[in-house]
Design a protein around this ligand. Sequence first.
Ligand code: HEM
Length: 447
Amino acid sequence: MTAATPDALELDDIQSGVLHPRPSPYAGRHLLLRIVDRADGRELVRRLHGIVDAGRPSARPAGGAWLTVAFTYQGLKALGVPEASLESFAPEFKQGMAARAALLGDVGDNSPTNWEPPLGGPDVHVALAVLSPDAAGLETVAERARRGYADLRGVEVIWRQDCYQLPNERTSFGFKDGIGQPAVEGSGIPGSNPHEPPIKAGEFILGYPDETGSLPPMPTPEVLGRNGTYVVFRKLHTRVAAYRQYLRAKAATRADEALLGAKMVGRWPSGAPLAIAPERDDPALGADPERNNAFSYGDDLRGFKCPAGAHARRANPRDALDAEHLTDVRLHRMIRRGTSYGPMLPDGVLEDDGVDRGIVFVFVGTHLDRQFEFVKTQWLNDGIFIGAPAEKDPLVGANDGTGTLTIPRRPIRRRLQELPPFVVTRGGEYCFAPGLRALRWLADLDT
Ligand code: HEM
């Protein structure tokens, strides 16, 4: 279906947690719920409808904290969404993340059989996320949410994960994260990269034209699909000690260690991009939102500054794809909401302390297949597009101890060998975050 004129984004109907840049720093909590009884499930949705915020990104949510609600396919079934409507959802969503494991590279230690229960299982129905600038705000909104389900015997909390963002925005490997975000046309949210024109709203919100000029396939009826979006939720354990040991073993000096780490990520720990600061970290650059994402790779196609295999460059090659695929980059963008869980491994510690730490990832977009799944399978787990078919992402790729990273250098390139896995998938789900009218529709189901 081709849309003639793009409609204005109905921000008042879109959950604010979807487009809204998060507070920084923040305290957060993810909860997963199971709907045992349909009527109680609908009552829960009715109550959540009353406390989920929508509105302009500049508006502060009530209580100073964001509550976002999303459902798995099993959750929509548990609510009694009619069959024809269930059928109209994206096939990947209907299958669920665990069923996509082989494709996503979730094998071996990452396989759903090793996932943390109940992740990937049939009991995961509702996902709630609460984020607040401080712990007190978090508790206030979490308590409001709790009142939404506490007295409902037919709704059970089956998983809880507290999470946070540090004031320096660094996550467990020590790098500042969440810098690169696409601007969404019509949302009023400024982009972080002045070289990237805003992406069409239909890439992130259902019911609007996307980058192809068409309306993405939308679940029916329209009231359910419109202003909703798909949400990828993944808990990723980070093997921080293994990462530090690897760098220590491969580097000749501490400065070399820092450089190798940056070559793997594409940025320095402060967030300064290699594309602008290729030699050494530049904390002032990393901290400057006007400059820390204002770059492209066009003057570094061979990767002397930032290797083509670096994580951030793989995940968003910007203008570095060959001419034939250059415009495709815009078809593979996602809103990214990574958040830390578990305590940081103290600086300088190289031994594993056995504590679980990592990142809960949330990716938002209307096309699970050509956004999250494409980036994960074609750009992070494969190297064909950068002319190095055997290479996977050095930081987050499904490496098995035989991985390599080519670091272009004059007079001869350097190659990191024997890359072990630094990230282990603990589980995840594909969810659907409906608009506010859709929440009302779900609450009022009477089948
Ligand atoms: C534990 C796993 C991961 C870690 C530690 C990690 C870390 C990072 C870091 C440090 C950056 C640079 C900061 C920034 O540009 O905002 C980054 C960028 C990015 N990552 Fe990841 N990441 C992980 C997993 C993933 C996965 C699974 C995907 C996608 C499937 C992904 C997609 C991206 C994207 C799209 C960017 C922005 C690139 C840009 O716009 O330049 N990341 N990541």
